[in-house]
Ligand binder design. Sequence first.
Ligand code: B12
Ligand code: SF4
Length: 508
Amino acid sequence: MRVLFYVPDNRITHSYMPTLWPYVLKSLTPPGHSVTTVDGNIVRMNPEELAEFVRREKFDIVGIGGMTRTIHRSYAVADSIRALGVPVVMGGPHVTEEPEEALEHADSVACGEADDLWPQMLKDFEAGKLQPIYRSCEKPSLENYPRIPWEQTDFRQFRVLPRWASKALLMLGWGRYDVSISPVETGRGCPYRCDFCTVSPFFGEKIRFRTNESVIGELKLLKSLGRTLVFFVDDNFAINPRRAKSLMRAMIEADVRIYWVAQISMNLLRDQELLDLLKASGCVCVFIGLESVLPESLKEVSKTFNKPEEYGEIIGGLQRRGVYCVTAFIMGIDGDRPGVARKTWDVVQNWPPGFFPVFSQLTPLPGTPLYKSLRDQGRLEERHWLNYRPYGAAFTPKNMTPAELEKEVRAAWGAAYSPAGIYQRVRRMRDVRFVSKLLYVFATLAFRGIYFRQMTVRAWLKLIWQNRRSVREVFSLRSFTNHEIAPISEISPLPVQSAEPSTVTPGS
Ligand code: B12
Ligand code: SF4
């Protein structure tokens, strides 16, 4: 059989790393089938062009990803492909919650984790017995996680830097800064059950981990392929601190030395030993869901383990070790009122400067407690995903209008990523050395692109000109003599202790 996996395009951003599910499912595909993956954020095709590609390449079946944000695109391409008579299967968090809706566009839907379902779906398809719905009864153990054949992947598609910049780095002997990101999962599940999040309902509250050996094997493979940065896509990498420490020690012991980023909730980042190990094992950036600086809003979304009064200190603790952070905020929570962007920025701008703030509006995703409660209150735009509007409010906020909410999100991005906002942070990095500063400014401008459209060379040149004060600061003389935030090459391993994994301690 010839299988095509298609990652739907979001029509805004480029893909800077492979999306994991097609690679996991490919490695679980029984021998005798050929699997091709197309990422719509790399190869931009409209539904008709994709259908033409499917016809030309004679695919027998097409698997399409189904997340809420891009589900309208998934359905559009599925309709075009099915019009050719080629069957479509779908999977992912959205269609797991809305299988009936998905079946209006697909022949079959995998609900939940599909590690065990996919081989069965393929077998049934070959036998002409494809079922409409496949549902996993048990969450798959990750003890026997498949080996992903990354050596078969053409990573050149997933560039972060433009080609000329990669070449320039290579010529300057700074090839290690040519960021190339690879996704790796080490565990699934989260016990925290934040109201807006699909992870606990989808992956379950019980956490399952891969073995240290399996993760290290994958990291070594990626390193051998010249990959420079790993994104641990676990939703909370340190959810079991003892296990996280054990894995990081094992990475140090095995001398893996690949830089990595991960998502970790802020309550777990109080642990100084954990922070030391992050640094020692190569962590360069942590994604933290701070959500709000207002305790009343955190309470509304059941995330009171976040303590706003600790945010600055925790970010500082990471930065002292040369670890940057992406701080994610949600606006439109019931505690929020007009002016929330200003309130947030007033707090955030005083934090140690090496962070990248991102803002989104609260989004009711199907299957979450938030979704159910807004629906019960009649405040939900039903099936809002079919009428997708980037950063549009899909519900009626309690203390503002939807338009006011959209304005707040815009104001937050505007404050954080205006030339003045960026310079405010870069200026406070006076004591930081050149490479770190340069990377920070480049990454800041790239993060700006999540909200503001800036895909062309012209847009980037304009951006650089607008931010010339920050650029000047990067190239100032003091940048070449300072070293306060360690550059990412200075990873000094800690003494290695036991690398034995331990049992789960949720909620710690
Ligand atoms: C990495 C990640 C990202 C990366 C994606 C980059 C990339 N190239 O991968 C970044 C940071 C860019 C990102 C962005 C966003 N993300 Co995100 N992200 C994740 C994260 C943490 C990991 C995804 C992953 O690799 N998982 C591991 C794989 C193996 O699991 P999986 O994708 O679910 O696939 C399994 C099954 O679902 C199934 N399956 C999936 N697809 C298919 C298709 C077929 C045909 C079949 C048979 C089976 C199948 O099989 C797989 C194996 O079991 C997940 C949370 C999570 N743990 O999954 C959130 C998650 C997917 N993201 C989410 C959201 C909301 C977003 C954003 C909208 C956030 C925002 N406010 O902007 C954006 C939108 C991105 C876009 N497409 O435009 C939600 C989606 C919920 C939903 N209902 O859709 C999740 C679940 C997190 C959450 N808090 O709820 N994200
Ligand atoms: S801690 Fe993160 S992954 Fe876990 S439920 Fe909350 S938002 Fe989701």
